[in-house]
Write a protein that binds this ligand. Structure first.
Ligand code: PMP
Length: 454
């Protein structure tokens, strides 16, 4: 049966796979996933894998959820598409906006829908630029984010992202986008520095940047409550309290990028709940629809919204929107997905199983290859190092991580290698048994990787 090979051949000819060594990929071909059920996915040869990354940090309710299929089908049959331009709307979009505002439990007022997290973050930048023009503060345009933060890949979102791979060759970041030190104590803490001193040093760095640039030139500070795609980095204690104090003092808008942390990843509704953040803007996607449909939402306070809505300035209506903003099928799927999360108490499930996931992974801390095990709630990472004592990374970075990911695949486990950091982000429906399987299979892959090293 040569079917898998011919599938590979077709794919290799036609598709450019992002985040892939294209030349290596031409030889090996992709892993072709054809089906999924619960926490498992199946490839085109029938092999099953536990999807311990929930796809790309997304599939909260698991694969093959019939209720989402039915919700999409119902909406497709009644109103498959309508737009939200020029005083038009559709019911699922309206209902979802209400629901999201209510879910935040905060002083949020308005919602703007996009199709992806990147578009949402680009929109946030344009929203702030537009707002500040409307307020007669055209100089207030700069954006602060962090190294290793991930906010997407479009021009402004990519500029906020603090990962070299997303800048190299793209002439990014744009001027006016500033990146602070990643709040990763293990990597960025100085010799002999306490975690509290580290937090304070990062706070001072923020103060100094604002001082240097002039607070009147800075529009916003964006951060993931728990940095995720850059290697799963929980902030040090007190970090968000200090960042907020400083931003408030200088009237800098705080944006919580909840694209991964939203809807239960930390065992709370939002990462902002977990870390006690009071953002002015929250950006949501991924678990919003369990990625059964592409959708993202920007949820904002009245203070952000009012100047944008006020047409007394000379700049005209907010001329920004997408053909599929508030798409009825995507928003209907989101509503059903949120029902499932609530009815099955999936956020509670993540909160209950989080200590087990975190503790079991920390049992690998003594392993010769493991530099740090970290995470909060239902998201975690194991960072592999060449030398445990000096913490020196492998050279080149990423080869050992890829090797481990391949061994994990062989053992029926999909995890994500971010360089040599292995990320875990199971679907929120995972059971104790699933977590045990994830740990066992990861252990096998780690041992297999160890055996291949000189
Ligand atoms: N923000 C965060 C925190 C993300 O993790 C991601 C995607 N991994 C994005 C934004 C961008 O979302 P998208 O890939 O849908 O453009």
């Amino acid at each position: 049966n040569d079917a898998p090979n011919s599938r590979h051949a077709v794919d290799v000819k036609r598709m450019l796979h992002p985040y892939t060594d294209a030349r290596a990929h031409e030889k090996a071909g992709p892993l072709i996933i054809t089906d999924g059920s619960g926490v498992e996915v199946f490839d085109n040869q029938g092999k099953s894998y536990i999807e311990a990354m929930a796809g790309l940090w997304s599939v909260a309710v698991g694969f093959g959820e019939k209720r989402l299929v039915d919700a999409a089908t119902r909406q497709m049959s009644s109103l498959p598409y309508y737009h939200t331009f020029s005083h038009k709307s559709n019911e699922p979009a309206i209902d979802l906006a209400d629901r999201l505002v209510a879910m935040t439990g905060r002083k949020m007022e308005k919602v703007f829908f996009t199709n992806s997290g990147s578009e949402a973050n680009d929109t946030v930048v344009k929203l702030l630029w537009y707002r500040n023009n409307a307020l007669g503060q055209p100089e207030r345009k700069k954006i602060i984010s962090r190294k290793r933060g991930y906010h997407g890949i479009t021009i402004a979102a990519g500029s906020m992202t603090g990962i070299p791979m997303n800048h190299g060759g793209f002439d990014l970041p744009l001027p006016g986008f500033h990146h602070l030190t990643c709040p990763h104590f293990y990597r960025e803490g100085f010799e002999g520095e306490t975690e509290a001193e580290f937090t304070e040093r990062l706070a001072q760095e923020l103060e100094e940047l604002i001082e240097r640039e002039g607070s009147e030139t800075i529009a916003g500070f964006i951060g993931e409550p728990l940095m995720s795609a850059g290697g799963v980095v929980p902030p040090p204690a007190g970090y968000w309290r200090r960042v907020q104090e400083i931003c408030r003092k200088h009237e800098i808008v705080v944006i919580a990028d909840e694209v991964i942390t939203g809807f239960g990843r930390l065992g709370t509704r939002f990462g902002s709940d977990y870390y006690d953040i009071e953002p002015d803007i929250m950006v949501m996607s991924k678990q919003l629809t369990s990625s059964y449909q592409p959708l993202a939402a920007i949820v904002m306070t009245d203070d952000i919204y009012q100047p944008v809505a006020d047409q007394s300035s000379s700049i005209g209506a907010f001329g920004h929107g997408f053909t599929a903003s508030g798409h009825p099928v995507a928003t209907a799927v989101a509503l059903e997905n949120l029902d499932i999360i609530e009815e099955r108490d999936l956020i509670g499930n993540a909160a209950r199983l989080a200590p087990m996931l975190q503790a079991k992974l920390r049992e690998f801390s003594d392993h010769a290859l493991v530099g740090e095990v970290r995470g909060e709630g239902f998201i975690a990472a194991v960072e592999l190092v060449a030398n445990k004592t000096s913490r020196s990374p492998f050279d080149p970075v990423g080869v050992v991580g890829r090797e481990l990911a391949a061994h994990a695949h062989a053992a029926g486990l999909i995890i994500r290698a971010i360089g040599d950091t292995i990320a875990f982000c199971p679907p929120l429906i995972a059971t104790e048994e699933d977590v045990t399987k994830i740990i066992t299979r990861f252990g096998l892959a780690l041992d297999a990787t160890t055996r291949t090293l000189p």
